[in-house]
Write a protein that binds this ligand. Structure first.
Ligand code: SF4
Length: 207
């Protein structure tokens, strides 16, 4: 999915051009049921050959802008099983604490994929994704609508230690956990449905 802005071949050429310049490319695929779940295996097969790490991302809510619906989520478990049945996988350790993707490699090789389970296993408590916007606002969550100004502190030519301590203070006070809160607030019927989807019981009825 690229919003229809250019052809797939243009995207693939861009990936190879970046790799040729030494950029370590990771490719993200948001999987949306009814849209592109049939592309999971072709994508895995294609990027296994290129050596670029492919990361599948569960379709998640982005405010009210993407018409999110739980029924459109293909879970990490489903993605993993689909690939594993054709190309057996084994889990590998995270590169660092708080890494958002669960890592797997194809058995007998170092070829790797990742799966980001933002909906079925939200990981806000271990998230370490601070974001600094071009206007100097530091955001502590992808979905935060308010940031904290760092621009004035940086422009005051404060010592690096002072800026570092300020960032640490902001981070330690953060209470954003959008995905976990959404999971907890979700209607219990939907939670039950999600559990059925995860367990592979497609015949489960929402009661
Ligand atoms: S919702 Fe926010 S806190 Fe949770 S994982 Fe995403 S960016 Fe991190």
């Amino acid at each position: 999915m690229n919003g229809g802005r250019c052809s797939v071949s243009t995207v693939l050429q861009g990936i190879e051009a970046a790799a040729a310049e030494g950029v370590a490319v990771k490719v993200n695929m948001v999987v949306q049921k009814g849209k592109n779940e049939n592309d999971i295996l072709p994508m895995a097969q294609y990027f296994r050959k290129t050596g670029h790490i492919l990361r599948f991302i569960e379709f998640m809510e982005v405010g009210n802008s993407n018409g999110w619906n739980l029924e459109q989520v293909v879970t990490k478990q489903e993605i993993k099983e689909l690939i594993h049945n054709l190309m057996p996988l084994e889990p590998i350790e995270a590169n660092y604490s708080g890494e958002v993707a669960s890592r797997y490699r194809y058995q007998g090789s170092d070829d790797e994929i990742g799966i980001i389970s933002s909906v079925s296993e939200p990981f806000c408590s271990s998230c370490n994704r601070a974001r600094l916007a071009a206007n100097g606002q530091l955001f502590t969550c992808l979905f935060a609508t308010q940031g904290t100004d760092l621009m004035s502190l940086i422009r005051s030519e404060s010592r690096n230690e002072i800026v570092r301590d300020k960032i640490a203070e902001i981070w330690n006070l953060r209470h954003v956990q959008y995905s976990e809160e959404r999971f907890l607030k979700t209607d219990l019927r939907i939670v039950r449905r999600l559990k059925c989807i995860i367990s592979g019981d497609d015949n489960a009825i929402i009661a």
